[in-house]
Design a protein around this ligand. Structure first.
Ligand SMILES: [Zn+2]
Ligand SMILES: [Zn+2]
Length: 303
């Protein structure tokens, strides 16, 4: 199955899981999903679901201090995550960093909070404490065990496994609480859902996301990282700076096209009809097809 079709199915499953997130912890649909572990570089590993939608990619820092996770996928994946971590390093799980509030990145929080301290931007905690609604439907408030217990506003450093890990807020890109994580010694970054590798991104307009701000944030992130950094995306395959630059080119092309056409008085339907350059046609193979992507850009324009 090609990657785009896989992601398409994934996002449809995400839709139903978000809708059914209220206390439904059945493992239905997750039994056949396995986790693939990739050694990225240095202390850092990536865990991704294979055979179905497990949630967003997990970053793992494993070393002499123990284990730190970036995100923890959908809740039924917790035992498989535990097993995958054990295979990398039998040390203690100490910290979980949540890149944003979505259930496909924080679903394991209830499970893992018994052993680890959860850290996030303040808006992530706030959104998990209250009912949310977005394009995918309603997400009821999460139980207290899922809430991050350490929050920050701009940035926080975690000194762990010989790295001065940077966890930095990038406002109003995918949501209003996204944090990007950089491991300087291993020279690896985890971009959460600021980066959908190879497909159009989902921008959560109802919880503070904006396509233009997302584009600006990606530029800032590219400028802040070394040329040889490796990049874990929220969804899709492991990437690097050239990969991120291609994504940025797609973002700038699409956002400026929609902005210019809207300035000429074109309606959303007319812009969708005109479409994006052929170069990006394959990026619409996911659940966020070209029309949805153009719509999220259009609704990101200043009112
Ligand atoms: Zn996601
Ligand atoms: Zn997300």
């Amino acid at each position: 199955m090609n990657r785009l079709i896989k992601l398409s199915i994934s996002l449809v499953v995400l839709l139903f899981n978000n809708l059914a997130f209220a206390g439904d912890s059945s493992n239905q649909g997750f039994d056949n999903i396995t986790l693939k572990t990739t050694h990225v570089r240095g202390n850092i590993y990536m865990l991704e679901g294979v055979g179905g939608f497990a949630g967003g990619n997990i970053g793992v820092s494993a070393g002499t201090d123990g284990v730190l996770l970036v995100d923890d996928q959908m809740s039924p994946m917790s035992e498989k995550i535990n097993a995958a971590i054990q295979d990398i390093n039998a040390g203690q799980l100490r910290f979980i960093l949540n890149t944003h509030w979505h259930g496909d990145h924080t679903g394991g929080n209830e499970h893992f909070s018994k052993q680890a301290t959860i850290i996030s931007h303040a808006n992530v905690r706030h959104r998990m404490m209250t009912d949310q609604e977005n394009f995918f439907g309603k997400s009821p408030a999460r139980p207290k065990e899922a809430w991050p217990i350490i929050t920050f506003n701009d940035a926080v450093n975690i000194h762990f496994n010989d790295e001065d890990i940077q966890f930095i807020h990038y406002a109003n890109g995918h949501t209003d609480g996204d944090g990007v994580i950089y491991f300087p010694k291993s020279n690896v970054a985890h971009l959460g859902d600021h980066f959908f590798n190879g497909v159009f991104p989902f921008v959560d307009l109802t919880t503070g996301g904006n396509a233009f701000k997302l584009t600006e944030n990606i530029k800032t992130i590219i400028d802040s990282l070394p040329e040889d950094a490796l990049i874990i995306p929220g969804h899709g395959e492991l990437s690097d700076i050239p990969g991120l630059k291609t994504y940025y080119k797609m973002l700038t092309t699409s956002t400026s096209l929609v902005k210019n056409m809207a300035a000429k008085g074109k309606t959303l339907e007319e812009i969708q009809q005109a479409g994006l350059p052929e170069e990006w046609a394959s990026w619409g193979g996911g659940f966020i097809n070209e029309a949805n992507w153009i719509q999220s850009i259009y609704h990101s324009l200043p009112k």
